[in-house]
Ligand binder design. Structure first.
Ligand code: CP
Length: 303
């Protein structure tokens, strides 16, 4: 595929190729000289219409480690505020001889739309409540690193499934790799179509945690809620918050993940987020190698 718009466009072989390429880049990143010349003839624009810490910085670092030239664009400080359209904005950036665009946007499908209207390779860095493909890849890569394989592993995704691009991309990626996937949360935050994705649904947190090998604790996406949701944050924490007492009461030692940013004390307590069962910072570390792999493989698709 010429673009990376969503996990739905990837098959298991594509994902395994990204993982094997990321394995090589992870070795490079652990060397004293962390740079390779692979993308020295490629220019990449990172355009962010929505805030980001991990994704923006790790794409930028991945590009630099690959020796690409990079430019960064934050919509809030650009001429978008004067009414310039998305297509005009990107075509103006491309006129400066840019090859690839990494874009985060608040609207679902923004990357797909852009890929049909401009002449550049598009990488989706999160589009509204739709997909966040590189997050799902780094999450599955981190499970593979910790447990040896993803196939056959039981992964529960806990929380705001309805508004989460991380949940959808994770489900698609984990299913492609042969994991068993469950979602857990209040009925108000679980979309009705979820059964069609072949995942289990559980509303009781302790039952879900006793079933799984890995729990991915999602943040409540308050910025995507156009109605007051039920339960309230306080009720949510009482019913679905993961604390040390629950973690220690489980039948086995599970792995705890979180895509970030964490709402400490809401979906996860600090003593869990910072515990030895948490691989939250490993996920962030792996994000650079995964994004290097994705950009490297995409650059090879550019005629
Ligand atoms: N996980 C993630 O996408 O974090 P940022 O919003 O900080 O990029």
């Amino acid at each position: 595929t010429r673009h990376l718009l969503g996990i739905k466009d990837l098959n298991a072989a594509d994902i395994q190729l990204i993982f094997e390429t990321a394995d090589n880049f992870k070795t490079v990143l652990n060397r004293p000289i962390k740079k390779v010349p692979s993308l020295r003839d490629v220019t990449i624009a990172n355009i962010f219409f929505e805030n980001s810490t991990r994704t923006r910085l790790s794409f930028e670092l991945a590009e630099r480690r690959l020796s690409a030239d990079t430019i960064n664009f934050a919509a809030s400080s650009s001429s978008v505020s004067k009414g310039e359209t998305l297509i005009d904005t990107v075509n103006n950036i491309l006129a400066m001889k840019v090859d690839m665009v990494v874009m985060r946007h608040p609207y679902a499908g923004a990357g797909i739309f852009l890929s049909k209207h401009v002449k550049a390779q598009i990488v989706n860095a999160g589009d509204g409540a739709h997909e966040h493909p590189t997050q799902a890849l780094l999450d599955a890569f981190s499970i593979r690193e910790k447990l040896g394989d993803v196939a056959g592993k039981k992964v529960v995704i806990v929380g705001d499934i309805l508004h989460s691009r991380v949940a959808l991309s994770n489900i698609l990626c984990l299913k492609q790799l042969g994991a068993e996937v469950m979602v857990c949360g209040p009925t108000t935050l679980i979309p009705k179509y979820i059964g069609s994705l072949g995942v289990k649904v559980e509303h009781n947190l302790v039952k879900a945690l006793n079933w799984c090998d890995v729990a991915n604790m999602l943040r409540i996406q308050l910025e995507r809620q156009d109605i007051k949701y039920f339960p309230s944050l306080r009720e949510y924490t009482m019913l679905y918050g993961l604390n040390k007492q629950i973690l220690d009461s489980l039948d086995k030692e599970i792995i705890v993940m979180h895509p970030g940013p964490i709402n400490r004390g809401v979906e996860i307590t600090s003593d869990v987020a910072d515990s030895k069962q948490s691989i939250i910072l490993d996920q962030v570390e792996n994000g650079v190698a995964i994004r290097m792999a994705a950009l490297f493989l995409l650059a090879g698709q550019n005629p």
